[in-house]
Write a protein that binds this ligand. Structure first.
Ligand SMILES: Cc1cc2nc3c(=O)[nH]c(=O)nc-3n(C[C@H](O)[C@H](O)[C@H](O)COP(=O)(O)OP(=O)(O)OC[C@H]3O[C@@H](n4cnc5c(N)ncnc54)[C@H](O)[C@@H]3O)c2cc1C
Length: 521
């Protein structure tokens, strides 16, 4: 097995459970075990779950499958992606969630509502089940099950071992410390080496045509181990790698306050009560761009302008209630499972998080007035892009609309805020119709948002047993691919867009199918 991310760990656990012997190679250090899942938020897309039912959310395979296909925009030849997606939607609750729960994973009782779509063309109902402990909790549960497994000794895990060459039943690996090289033979080889999001050259080369030219400045939201080398190896030996131009990148990223990698970005969940403005300070319209409704649309709008960045303008009161960050790193209360303090933070807001980003993130600026804010924004970019008068008139127009009172509100963003506040999972996390220039809500905050590469939707094409297919559609004997490397199944089960939370789930699902197939050989 190549890769000890969540997909690799799940495959390994299932294989030792099913009586097989596994050699698991990863180029990472021991503390990085679990790959990107260790950093992930832990949201998992599932359908018709006990958590949904307890919240009186009626969901069904038919509804979710319709939502999925709407976003996926599958093309006629997307045969395997479509099959994978259909299976995932039908089986995620039991084969992903149920399986994880059996290994001690617990999901929040209130399900989050991600990607509801600009025009309702996303998740019809909340389906983002947040894992208690974040993605790290998921990794710990799977690794814990491996550690205490009676057949633990049948797993040989070798860190700092990078696979450089691939054959269906043999790999060539090099030890990153000693430089020692060796060949390892196996009845089957499983590629669980992640996507291409860590290789910005490949990301730029395959940048989606609908988004114009690739951004000159692109943040990195994956890890550099996801370098696409195994995709190239699969192509070299005749495997079919598909849809690398389909990717799940974000428009709401900032530079990491304490970067650990070159171009390290962090994905915010920016306040929905803030206003999103283009580089000139003009509000996007006529349909407002609002974070969390449609990530793809937000990136498309950002990329229409060749400067490829946006501003989110809000104030302290809004940010304290609504600012969030995707991932385990900036959610210590969830990651460390501190329920009491987590509930308190939802009720009183997250002043510490806002303070931290204001103080440490170079893409945050604050001010006491709109003209001062515009000056600080221009100072940050080193341009005169923001037209202070234009920005002020846009913000005042929005605030005036709010000031007219509920019965006269007439702004699409205000309507959407009302819709957010109707869902119990969002009510406490959404400020109560706060004006941007409310003098009691300051200081003003502006955040420069940039594009960031994150997930690969395409990848190594596989059948429903996770067997790698060649260009003629035939399985290559002994070769498997799982997780992000396989486009989460079939070389791209998402099609063009995701309903969110589908990545971790896709890793677990494709890994389990691979293990079952290998064990049945
Ligand atoms: C901050 C953040 C938040 C996220 N939040 C969510 C979320 O809430 N919900 C969701 O569904 N998804 C989320 N994701 C995405 C999700 O975490 C990833 O898609 C998923 O973890 C990928 O797992 P993987 O095992 O396929 O690959 P990876 O985690 O990339 O693991 C691949 C492993 O292979 C190793 N490797 C690579 N090449 C080689 C080689 N040549 N030789 C040896 N080893 C190699 C790497 O070192 C790595 O350990 C998030 C991602 C991030 C970064």
């Amino acid at each position: 097995m190549i890769g000890a991310g969540i997909a690799g760990l799940v495959t390994a656990l299932e294989l030792i459970e099913l009586g097989r012997d596994v050699v698991l190679l990863d180029r990472c250090h021991p503390h990085e075990l679990g790959g990107l899942a260790r950093e992930a938020f832990g949201g998992t897309f599932m359908v018709d779950t006990p958590e949904q039912r307890r919240s009186r959310v009626k969901d069904s395979f038919e509804l979710a499958w319709q939502d999925w296909q709407t976003l996926a925009g599958f093309e006629a030849d997307d045969v395997w992606p479509r099959r994978w997606a259909e299976q995932y939607v039908a089986r995620a609750r039991d084969d992903v969630g149920g399986w994880l729960k059996r290994h001690g994973v617990w999901f929040f009782p209130v399900v989050n509502w991600a990607e509801r779509g600009v025009y309702g063309d996303g998740n019809s109902v909340p389906r983002f089940h947040l894992c208690w402990g974040c993605g790290q909790g998921m990794v710990d549960a799977v690794w814990g099950a491996i550690e205490k497994h009676p057949r633990r000794s049948h797993l040989d895990l070798r860190f700092r071992t990078r696979v450089t060459r691939l054959e269906p039943q043999r790999v060539h690996a090099v030890n990153e410390g000693s430089g020692h090289e060796r060949e390892i033979e196996a009845a089957c080889v499983v590629i669980a080496a992640g996507g291409i999001g860590g290789n910005l050259d490949i990301v730029r080369r395959h940048w989606p045509k609908t988004m114009g030219a690739p951004p000159a400045k692109l943040l990195m939201g994956s890890h550099y181990y996801a370098d696409g080398a195994m995709h190239e190896e699969v192509e070299r030996i005749g495997g079919n790698v598909t849809h690398l131009d389909r990717m799940w990148n974000y428009a709401d990223a900032v530079r990491h306050p304490k970067p650990r990698r070159k171009d390290h970005g962090v994905k915010l969940i920016p306040p929905r009560s803030g206003l999103l403005l283009d580089p000139d300070g003009k509000r996007y319209g006529p349909v407002p761009v609002m974070p969390t409704f449609d990530a793809y649309y937000a990136l498309e709008r950002m990329c229409e302008d060749e400067r490829k960045y946006s501003w989110l303008v809000c104030n302290w009161k809004i940010a304290r209630r609504e600012l969030d960050v995707s991932g385990s790193e900036h959610n210590p209360l969830i990651r460390e499972k501190r329920l009491g303090r987590f509930v308190a933070s939802v009720v009183v807001g997250k002043s510490n998080l806002v303070r931290y980003f204001v103080d440490h993130c170079p893409d945050f600026v604050t001010a006491g007035s709109l003209p001062e804010l515009a000056r600080n924004m221009n100072e940050l970019t080193g341009t005169n892009d923001v037209d202070a008068a234009l920005m002020e008139s846009e913000i005042r127009r929005y605030d005036a609309n709010l000031a007219r009172g509920r019965s006269l509100w007439n702004d699409d963003q205000i309507r959407r805020i009302a819709q957010l506040r109707n869902w119990r999972g969002d009510r406490l996390r959404t400020a109560k119709f706060v004006q941007i220039t409310d003098p009691k809500a300051g200081p003003l905050i502006a955040v420069k948002l940039q594009p960031m590469a994150r997930k690969s939707l395409g990848g190594i094409q596989t059948d429903l047993e996770s067997r790698v297919l060649d260009k003629a559609g035939e399985p290559i004997a002994g070769l498997y691919a799982v997780g992000e490397a396989a486009g989460f199944g079939g070389g791209g089960m998402h099609g063009k867009r995701s309903l969110e939370g589908t990545f971790l789930g896709g890793c677990v699902f494709s890994a389990r199918l691979a293990a079952k197939s290998i064990a049945s050989r």
